[in-house]
Write a new protein. Structure first.
Length: 264
C-alpha cells in the first residue's frame, strides 16, 4: 500500500445485522450510506461533550471505525455499554491506516473533513515512514486533532468546527448528546470556538491566551509557520493578545465565520 503509516490509529470492526442502526443512534453523523466513502463523526456524552472522533467506512459485512489509539479502549467499552441485546459485535480489525495526498491508490477514500487532508486506506500491512507535515495542513485549515484541540469531556463539537468539517448531521434524528448539540446550533450564538490566528514567537500547546489586561481569552494549540489554532472567547479576542512570550493576532474573518448568526 502506497502512502504513509498513521501508526497512532486503531481500526475497529463493527459487525452484525444491526450495526448501522446501532451506530445511527449513537454518533453525530449519518451512517446510513457508508459504501464507497468515509464519514467523519464523534461520540458524545449525554451532556453533549466530545468523547472521541473517528472515521467510518464500509467493508463487506463490517463497518470500520478508525480512531486515535489512545481512545480506542475507552470507546470500545462505551460502545459495549450501549450494545445490550443488539446483533452487533465490536473487535479490533487488525488493519493498518495509511494516508497521503495526491493521487490515491486503489481502495483509498477521500478524507471528508477537508480536501487538503487527502485520502485514507486500510491495509493488512503498514505504509511507509511519515513524510507529510500534517500539522501544517491542519493549522492552515483550522482542523482540530484528537487529544490536542479535541479534549474528551471538555470540547463541544460545534465550537471545534464539526459542522464545517462535515462531522455532524442535523437531520438524522436522535443520538447521544444530540439535544445539546441541536440547541447550540439553533438557539444560541457560539461565543467560543477554534479559529486560526497569527503567532509571533512560540509557546507550548495549552498555553493560556491573555488580553492586554491579563484576562484569559482562550488557549493556544498547534502551531506551524507563523500560524496557530487557538480556542478563543470571541468577546475578548480583540486587541493585543499574548500566549506566554508569543504575540497572537486573531483572524477576524475566520472568527466571525465560526460563530453563525442566531436564526430569526
Amino acid at each position: 500500500m502506497h502512502g504513509e503509516a498513521a501508526s497512532d490509529r486503531t481500526v475497529l470492526a463493527i459487525t452484525g445485522t444491526e450495526r448501522v442502526h446501532f451506530l445511527q443512534g449513537l454518533v453525530s453523523n449519518d451512517v446510513s450510506a457508508l459504501e464507497g466513502r468515509l464519514v467523519y463523526a464523534a461520540m458524545l456524552s449525554p451532556q453533549g461533550k466530545y468523547l472521541a472522533d473517528f472515521l467510518l467506512s464500509a467493508r463487506g459485512d463490517a463497518i470500520l471505525l478508525d480512531v486515535q489509539s489512545d481512545l480506542a479502549a475507552g470507546l470500545l467499552r462505551r460502545l459495549g455499554m450501549y450494545k445490550l441485546r443488539a446483533d452487533v459485535a465490536i473487535a479490533p480489525a487488525g488493519l493498518h491506516v495509511c494516508r497521503g495526498t495526491g493521487t490515491p491508490p486503489d481502495g483509498a477514500l477521500p478524507d471528508p473533513r477537508h480536501p487538503a487532508l487527502g485520502w485514507r486506506a486500510y491495509a493488512d500491512t503498514p505504509g511507509g515512514a511519515p513524510v507529510i507535515d500534517w500539522d501544517a495542513i491542519r493549522v492552515a485549515h483550522c482542523i482540530p486533532e484528537t487529544g490536542i484541540e479535541l479534549i474528551p469531556d471538555e470540547t463541544y463539537i460545534l465550537e471545534a468546527g464539526f459542522e464545517r468539517l462535515h462531522g455532524v448531521d442535523f437531520h438524522k434524528g436522535c443520538y447521544v448528546g444530540q439535544e445539546v448539540t441541536a440547541r447550540m446550533k439553533h438557539k444560541t450564538t457560539l461565543k467560543k470556538g477554534l479559529v486560526g490566528v497569527t503567532i509571533e514567537g512560540s509557546a507550548p500547546p495549552g498555553t493560556p491566551i491573555l488580553t492586554a489586561e491579563g484576562k484569559q481569552a482562550g488557549t493556544l494549540f498547534t502551531q506551524s509557520g507563523g500560524r496557530a489554532i487557538a480556542y478563543l472567547r470571541f468577546d475578548r479576542a480583540e486587541g493585543p493578545l499574548r500566549a506566554g512570550s508569543a504575540q497572537i493576532t486573531d483572524d477576524a474573518d475566520q472568527a466571525r465565520a465560526a460563530r453563525p448568526a442566531r436564526p430569526t
